[in-house]
Design a protein around this ligand. Structure first.
Ligand code: DQA
Length: 142
């Protein structure tokens, strides 16, 4: 099974960005935990980050026929991006929405997800655990 992890804007700053909300792990440290967990499950992983909405859209489009599942932390674009939603719907690739923080326990604008209706499901609030739980969720989608 091949899984593509995509990380949206500002997630390159994990570790230094609002650690009370997002924790102290860097994105590279999260990636290495994901890679170790994926290896145990015989899942092949690609792991990327972009601050650019269009780049995330291009990667989702290109996932068709290459990856079995996309695991997406769209970060702030979760709450705003019709473009990402249309890319997920059009890609035909099963997509899991993830968040480090519990977006439903935060500001009201974070309660809205533009992408949730076109995703298989959502995992939020478990820190790096959201990334690891999503790997097991991906296996159930196979
Ligand atoms: C986030 C939650 C979003 O609301 C926020 O804009 C982020 C990170 C999370 O992982 O908790 O940048 O997606």
């Amino acid at each position: 099974m091949k899984v593509l992890f995509l990380n949206g804007p500002n997630l390159n700053l994990l570790g230094q960005r609002e650690p009370g909300i997002y924790g102290t792990l860097t994105l590279a440290e999260i990636e290495s935990q994901v890679r170790a967990a994926a290896a145990k499950r015989e899942i092949e992983v690609d792991f990327r980050q972009s601050n650019i909405e269009g780049e995330l859209i291009t990667w989702i489009q290109a996932a068709r026929g290459v990856f079995d599942v996309v695991i997406l932390n769209a970060a702030a674009y979760t709450h705003t991006s019709v473009g990402l939603r249309d890319a997920i719907a059009g890609s035909g690739v099963k997509t899991i929405e993830i968040h480090i923080s519990n977006v439903h326990a935060r500001e009201e604008f974070r309660h809205v997800s533009m992408i949730a209706p076109v995703c298989a499901g959502q995992i939020a609030g478990f820190g790096v655990g959201s990334y690891l739980l999503a790997l097991d969720a991906a296996l159930t989608l196979k």
